[in-house]
Design a protein around this ligand. Structure first.
Ligand code: BGC
Length: 766
């Protein structure tokens, strides 16, 4: 009887409205019903079945029709698998789900995850690029479309958002995060979670977010992937934790542990991190999955054999094991030996079952496998239009001397460079579901844009890198034919095209796999093959526009000195090429602003605009003996955080404060009039920074505390105001006490972190 009632609770579905206006099945649940259901189910599970729920094995190459005979199928039938990941296609997924639901003893559905990091088949800019839009509705929308497409194709769990703060451009995975700032990173984390999960996962076109990589992965020493992290807790809480916390506060249903160590213990086995901070301090109720082989990797870290480290992970608060086979393979023995308790196992199992329940998988295991949806909702014209708009917003105009850009469509353009005619490199790193054969190259998009008006003379000009093996490594997942012609032949062809043109557009920089996982680099200047060609092209005497493709800040000193225009285009996704044409020809006015500092030299790294003064701060930029500086390079960034130009010009009026005194529970308002003084309608991102002049611990020289993206028509002006209260001024001291004390603060507003106006106010006790 009890089971009949539970089945009734489970089948409660109502309808809701989907993002595209159509009706979608909605699933509603309440906590007591979920608890009762999971209690009942767990009372019928064997120990091995419980451990099976904790297992997220590597999928293998399952293809439709063969699923039943693969090794994974046998494991699923015996109840030893909780979910699978990075398997693409609703039909395939449905078939695998069927094995779980029809052939395993308890018919528990699997959860299907994927790295849907910046879109599904409609691909948005890599996260670092997306962050440069500073456009929260656009970022939320990108995640919403990603969820719509993924859930139409069988996926209900995404390993995103990746919110690791990073100050080190050497680290390849800086491309996957939102840059260096905790405040902006937090707003983006919230927007992504809202976009993926919608209203608490009720609609079938929403998916569960997985916040990663918890924690501090972006602070790997020397920017080398997976490397040691060593950081004070004071710094963790002030600078690195806020985006994770913001994502959990926004309701993210799951988290992924990072590969690195935190305070001497791998994050995967770190109880302080996964339980004390995440659950006890922050109240997280979802489940934690390891990263790929995260448990097994604790052995080379020096934490013991697979049995030891599996027990350590479970005890630390890990619920699901990605690929190590540690939890499913060793916990029975550890239970017998008293190394873990049944309570520990039950707790992890419950969290996995609850996630499946919240996703409505018990009510309908095929909820995300509606084959009709897959045909209609993926890579639609509407989604592509949004991706194109958002990609154009992500580009950052670094330089535009003598208003070289935008170009007239009638211009004769020599399009040169190794990235000018590549399809595979357009989506960018971590585009698991991308179908790059459908995406346009820059050459195709420019040809289309100028049709009947101008001419595009194309020459590749050079390979990505001189060294063929290095190029093969740098294009591992996005391989296209390396040009076998000689350097001289390719160069001569490019110089001939350049000579016939009015302007040279050079599409170069990094390939998409020169950033991303295990793509750390110490030389982040323009690769020699491309630099040498640029030197030759310069001699032709035609103006050069650099379209710089990169998944990280590159060092662009030479380019800044010699080239009149530089547009940083990151990897803009499936519609990037069209978006590039939109910006080059002025259909869209560039508005992106950097979310990570572009260094002058790799030796400056790690680098951030939000640094702490030493006792011997440098004034100005010239070397001075016994001051904190370098003999051979300036301290500051070449292009600072928040920087980005437009085709128009903006004027910032006098900064006004409603009062220069702020009480503990009051507020003051800072206002500045921003005017569009140029000829183009355009967007501007107005930024607010604060500095606490005297603290309980040292405080950064500047911290972003607000921003507003505004649209101004040519000639239009608008007052932009920010409200400041004491809450915004709080910080953690070295006892991890969160608070603020009275005193003087500096407030700064400007178009980037460098060019700001200042005012001073005092926080008073009353
Ligand atoms: C990455 C994760 C990713 C996982 C699953 C790992 O190598 O670090 O970010 O989610 O693989 O593909």
């Amino acid at each position: 009887m009890k089971r009949v009632i539970l089945a009734c609770i489970l089948s409660l579905t109502v309808t809701g409205i989907m993002a595209d206006g159509k009706k979608a099945a909605k699933w509603q649940y309440d906590e007591p019903a979920m608890r009762a259901f999971v209690d009942d189910l767990m009372s019928r599970m064997t120990l091995q079945e419980k451990l099976g729920q904790l297992n997220l094995p590597v999928t293998g190459d399952i293809v439709t029709g063969e699923a039943k005979s693969s090794d994974i199928a046998a494991l699923i039938k015996q109840g030893s698998v909780g979910g699978l990941f990075n398997l693409k296609g609703a039909a395939k997924i449905k078939e695998v789900q069927k094995i779980a639901v029809e052939q395993s003893r308890l018919k528990i559905p699997l959860i299907f995850g994927m790295d849907v990091i910046h879109g599904y088949e409609t691909v948005f800019p890599i996260p670092l690029g997306l962050s440069c839009t500073w456009d929260m509705p656009a970022i939320e929308r990108s995640a919403r479309i990603a969820a719509q497409e993924s859930t139409a194709d069988g996926i209900c769990w995404t390993f995103s958002p990746m919110v690791d703060i990073c100050h080190d451009a050497r680290w390849g995975r800086i491309s996957e995060g939102n840059g260096e700032d905790p405040f902006l990173g937090s707003r983006i984390a919230e927007a992504m979670v809202r976009g993926y999960q919608g209203q608490a996962l009720q609609a079938e076109n929403t998916m569960m977010a997985c916040v990663k990589h918890f924690a501090l992965y972006g602070a790997a020493e020397a920017g080398r992937d997976y490397n040691t992290v060593d950081m004070s807790r004071w710094r963790m809480f002030n600078e690195y934790f806020p985006p994770y916390k913001a994502a959990f506060d926004a309701g993210a249903g799951s988290a992924m542990a990072s590969f690195n160590i935190v305070d001497g213990i791998p994050a995967t086995g770190n109880r302080w991190l996964q339980t004390e901070v995440l659950r006890n301090m922050w109240g997280f109720k979802g489940f934690v999955v390891t990263d790929y082989t995260g448990i097994a990797e604790m052995t080379p870290h020096g934490m013991g054999d697979l049995q030891e480290v599996s027990a350590l992970a479970l005890k630390a608060g890990i619920d699901m094991d990605m690929v190590s086979d540690g939890l499913v393979g060793t916990l029975e023995k550890s239970l017998e030996q008293g190394k873990v308790s049944m309570k520990d196992i039950d707790q992890a199992c419950r969290r996995i079952l609850e996630a499946k329940y919240k996703l409505g998988l018990f009510a309908d295991p095929y909820r995300y496998c509606d084959l009709r949806r897959a045909g209609k909702e993926i890579y639609t014209q509407d989604s592509r239009q949004e991706a194109r708009r958002i990609a154009a917003e992500s580009f950052v105009l670094l330089k535009n001397e003598a208003k070289l850009l935008p170009l007239a469509k009638s211009t004769k353009i020599a399009l040169i460079g190794p990235l000018a005619n590549t399809r595979a490199n357009m989506p960018g790193t971590w585009s698991v579901a991308a179908e790059s054969s459908r995406y346009a190259t820059v050459l195709e998009a420019l040809q289309q844009a100028v049709k009947g008006q101008g001419e595009i003379l194309y020459a590749k000009g050079c390979n990505l890198l001189y060294d063929a093996q290095a190029e093969a490594d740098a294009t591992m997942f996005a391989r296209e034919m390396r040009d076998e012609r000689s350097v001289e032949t390719m160069r001569a062809e490019a110089l001939a095209a350049a000579a016939k043109s009015d302007v040279i557009v050079f599409a170069g920089g990094e390939s998409s796999e020169m950033s991303g996982e295990c793509s750390s680099r110490v030389n982040i200047e323009m690769p020699d093959a491309q630099h040498d060609l640029l030197v030759e092209l310069l001699k032709v005497g035609k103006p050069i526009v650099l379209l710089n493709f990169s998944g990280r800040p590159m060092i662009l000193n030479w380019e800044t000195e010699h080239l009149p225009a530089i547009l940083e285009v990151w990897f803009g996704g499936s519609e990037a090429a069209y978006a590039i044409a939109d910006v080059l020809f002025g259909e869209v006015c560039p508005s992106g602003k950097l979310t990570t500092s572009f260094p002058r030299h790799v030796g400056q790294l790690p680098l951030s605009y939000s640094y702490y003064n030493t006792g011997r701060p440098l004034e100005g930029s010239q070397f001075k003996k016994f001051r904190s500086c370098y003999m051979d390079v300036q301290n500051d960034a070449l292009y600072p955080f928040g920087f980005g130009l437009s085709y128009t010009t903006f004027n910032y009026g006098q900064l006004r404060l409603s009062s220069d005194k702020l009480s503990m529970n009051g507020e003051i308002v800072a206002t500045v009039k921003v005017s569009n003084t140029g000829r183009y309608d355009a967007d501007e991102i107005v930024q607010l920074y604060l500095c606490d002049k005297v603290g309980r611990v040292v405080r950064p020289v500047k911290e972003l505390k607000g921003f507003e993206r505004i649209s101004l028509k040519a000639g239009e002006s608008r007052d932009v105001s920010f409200t400041i209260n004491a809450e915004m001024l709080k910080y953690y001291d070295n006892e991890l006490t969160y608070g603020v004390e009275p005193g003087e603060f500096e407030l700064m507003i400007g178009p980037n972190s460098r060019d700001v106006q200042q005012a001073v106010f005092t926080l008073q006790n009353q």
